[in-house]
Design a protein around this ligand. Structure first.
Ligand code: 3H9
Length: 680
């Protein structure tokens, strides 16, 4: 297949790219475009050029798979300079998504025509780099430095209508008539001179704007290298002539592209897409149509789960055991939707439409028509079994029965039904209407169709789904356990909760384990017997320290919920340790890291060894999207690859005596470390 073809439309040369799936600007595309531009330059009969793409989108960027390898000429920046330098107008005809190098290409063209549904953006920052083909220099010259900062440092695309308002798009074309309107436009401007070359414009900026932007976005940018580089490059667009600005851009991208952060962020980009693929599942596996959903349990999880479906127009019947709990659950859903309106994420009309699709009920009979029922009741095997036995009788044949359990054995739950092939786990993360991750737990008997349907549904409700096998805690919570155990042990041996949390915050987690525990509430699962103090949490609860909500837990909190280390909590912990005869010592940050994080990598390796995750990158996706692992560290398995598996194994061996009786090294981790291999 020829990737770049040309057609003549009278005196307009139409250059067409056809490089599925997203017209990435790989070598063949660059080469073809360069030849077409040369041909246009050489032919006096050609008065103007239109560049457009076949398929679902205009160029979605440089070809990310080429990063890290020597790129073959022509390079994108040079190609774009040739396009801009052509002495005949070049018009970009944009549909779909003009992203990264794609938008940079459009910016090098003299004019941009787009359909209203098109999106334009420079998302490179999300890959740990910056626009490196002139984008940091050209965009501020078109839309001004302030808007360019938002687009380049934020990375989110804007719609074509907005792009037209800010001067990034010269004309909007009808959705189904882009090619013809772009050609007509090219004819209109064919003789207009001078040609509007972006590089010849000036980038406007208000004084103090860069500092204000840094201050406003400090929290979002914390830990990331690329955003600051983007700001520096945009500043260069304001301060320096175009060519010198390009030099700054080039120097900055050269450094970023080989950085561990960019490798990690690119890894997650591909990992997210790989996670959607289920090994051994034929691509033509028939899907089960899901037109209505049932949710059992209207608590925090059930309500959040229901919202996912209501928001995409799928009716939900939500079931509770008692009217009061049902009313409360529906009230919370309504409140969450109202908040979405307040924050501008939804309109009143959208919320009304969603709420109209919700049917609250106390009767299992009302679940009879649902194509999928998700159980989100109390996390207890007996309770779940009872629910599934009733559900099996109430649900129609062919309905999918899913459990939102976060730890329990999905096969045991399935065993109480007469249709284990229709049972699987759909483990949402709280708040379920917000968090991106969904663990799809494949039971021993789950059918291919049921699994494929759950994966497809996940995409519809805009979740990132990862397939996990049945084991205690699946991927995420299973790996959380050694981390929590070690954190709990460390504070008994002499580390303060704030020491442990600081190591996590420095690493890039939004919260440390003790902050998180206080936020969730220390009384989760508490037996409410103050005389029983078998764990530190029980000891804290016994003294009324239930976490943030009671003004104190591992930390003390003021009225604004600001935390400070708590002498009272530290006394309770010290007394507990003394009662257990645990000697106190100084604990280094390195030990905290090794015991909390290396043990997670070890558990991840065991999950792989046992085939409970399909690939190491799936584990990384779980931790980035479900547990706040910093994306610039690529998830636990890629992080381990980057610091070296031998480093991890050596650290674990050094700590072995302190890791408790349940710890054992993963043979897979050890073998890979010995062979100098990596997980990803
Ligand atoms: C850049 O441009 C750098 C320059 O500034 C500097 C140069 C010097 N390359 O997401 P999907 C694959 S950096 C290679 O499922 P959708 C993707 O892996 C780039 N491959 O579709 C997947 O493969 P598979 C800046 C790419 O419809 C398939 O295409 N641009 C690229 O949900 C389908 O993708 C970006 O960061 C690529 N650039 O979403 C945009 N893009 O089927 C990145 C996609 O084997 N792309 N693939 O799993 C996106 O955001 C989305 O893919 C897009 C389509 C919105 C375009």
């Amino acid at each position: 297949m020829t990737i770049i073809t040309t057609e003549r439309a009278g005196d307009v040369l139409v250059v067409i790219s056809n490089n599925p799936p997203v017209n990435a600007l790989g070598h063949a595309v660059r080469d073809g475009l360069a030849k077409a531009i040369d041909a246009a330059a050489a032919d006096p009969a050609i008065k103007a050029v239109v560049i457009r793409c076949e398929g679902r989108t205009f160029f979605a960027g440089a070809d990310i798979t080429e990063f890290g390898k020597p790129m073959k000429d022509p390079q994108l920046p040079e190609l774009l300079e040739r396009i801009e330098a052509l002495d005949k107008p070049v018009v970009a005809a944009i549909h779909g998504t003009a992203l990264g190098g794609g938008l940079e290409t459009a910016l090098a063209c003299h004019y941009r025509v787009a359909v209203p549904s098109a999106k334009l953006g420079l998302p490179e920052v999300k890959l740990g780099i910056l626009p490196g083909a002139g984008g940091t220099q050209r965009l501020p010259r078109v839309v001004g430095a302030e808007a360019a900062l938002e687009m380049i440092v934020g990375g989110a695309p804007i719609g074509a209508k907005k792009a037209a308002e800010v001067g990034l798009v010269d004309r909007l074309a009808a959705e189904d008539n882009l090619a013809a309107e772009a050609i007509a436009f090219a004819r209109e401007v064919a003789d207009k001179r001078p040609l509007p070359r972006t590089s010849e414009r000036k980038a406007a900026a208000e004084p103090g704007m860069f500092e204000a932007f840094r201050a406003k976005n400090a929290k979002k940018m914390k830990g990331f290298e690329a955003p600051e580089a983007c700001i520096e490059a945009i500043q260069a667009a304001v301060d320096l002539p175009f060519r010198e600005g390009l030099e700054v851009e080039r120097r900055l991208i050269a450094k970023l592209i080989v950085s561990d952060q960019s490798k990690a962020q690119r890894h997650i980009f591909f990992a997210e897409r790989a996670a959607a693929k289920v090994d051994g599942l034929p691509t033509d596996t028939p899907l089960i149509p899901v037109k209505s959903v049932g949710v059992i349990g209207a608590g925090t999880m059930g309500g959040g789960i229901a919202m996912n479906f209501l928001s995409i127009g799928v009716p939900v019947t939500i079931l509770e055991a008692e009217q009061a709990a049902l009313d409360r659950g529906v009230g919370v859903i309504a409140k969450n939707y109202a908040n979405n309106v307040k924050s501008g994420r939804m309109t009143e009309a959208q919320v009304e439409k969603a709420m109209a699709l919700l049917k609250p009920t106390l009767s299992y009979d009302d679940l009879a028509q649902a194509d999928l029922v998700i159980e989100a009741v109390f996390e207890n095997m007996d309770v779940k079994k009872e629910v599934f036995a009733r559900l099996d009788k109430a649900a129609k044949p062919g309905a999918i029965l899913a459990t939102n359990t976060s730890y329990l054995d999905v096969d045991e739950i399935a065993s109480v039904t007469a249709r284990p092939e229709y049972v699987l786990g759909m483990h949402f993360f709280s708040p379920a209407n917000v968090m991106k991750l969904l663990e799809v737990v494949r039971g021993a008997k789950t059918s291919d169709s049921v699994l494929a349907t759950a994966m497809a549904l996940a995409k519809q409700i805009r979740k990132i789904a990862v397939v996990a096998g049945v084991c205690h805690g699946f991927i995420g919570n299973r790996m959380l356990k050694p981390r929590q155990d070690q954190a709990g042990q460390l504070i008994l041996e002499g580390a303060k909760p704030s020491d442990v949390d600081r190591v996590f915050l420095d690493f890039g987690f939004p919260m440390g384990p003790f902050q998180l525990a206080d936020l969730a509430g220390l009384d989760i699962g508490w037996h409410r017997d103050p005389t029983r103090r078998e764990t530190v949490r029980e000891a804290l609860c016994a003294e009324g320290r239930l976490g943030q909500k009671s003004g104190g837990g591992f930390y003390d909190y003021d009225e604004k919920r600001q935390r400070t280390p708590s002498p009272v909590a530290e006394r309770i912990i010290a007394e507990f340790a003394a009662a257990k005869g645990i000697p106190q010592r100084q604990i280094s940050d390195e030990e905290i890291r090794e015991r909390c994080l290396y043990t997670m990598v070890n558990e991840g390796a065991k999950i792989l060894e046992e085939g409970k995750a399909q690939r190491a990158s799936d584990i990384d996706v779980v931790w980035v999207y479900g547990y706040g692992w910093p994306v610039y560290r690529g998830g636990p398995m890629l992080w381990a690859d980057q610091i070296g598996l031998k480093t991890v194994v050596d650290g674990l061996k050094r700590q072995a005596d302190r890791l408790g009786p349940d710890f054992s090294l993963s043979p897979l981790l050890v073998a890979k470390a010995e062979k100098g291999e990596t997980f990803n």
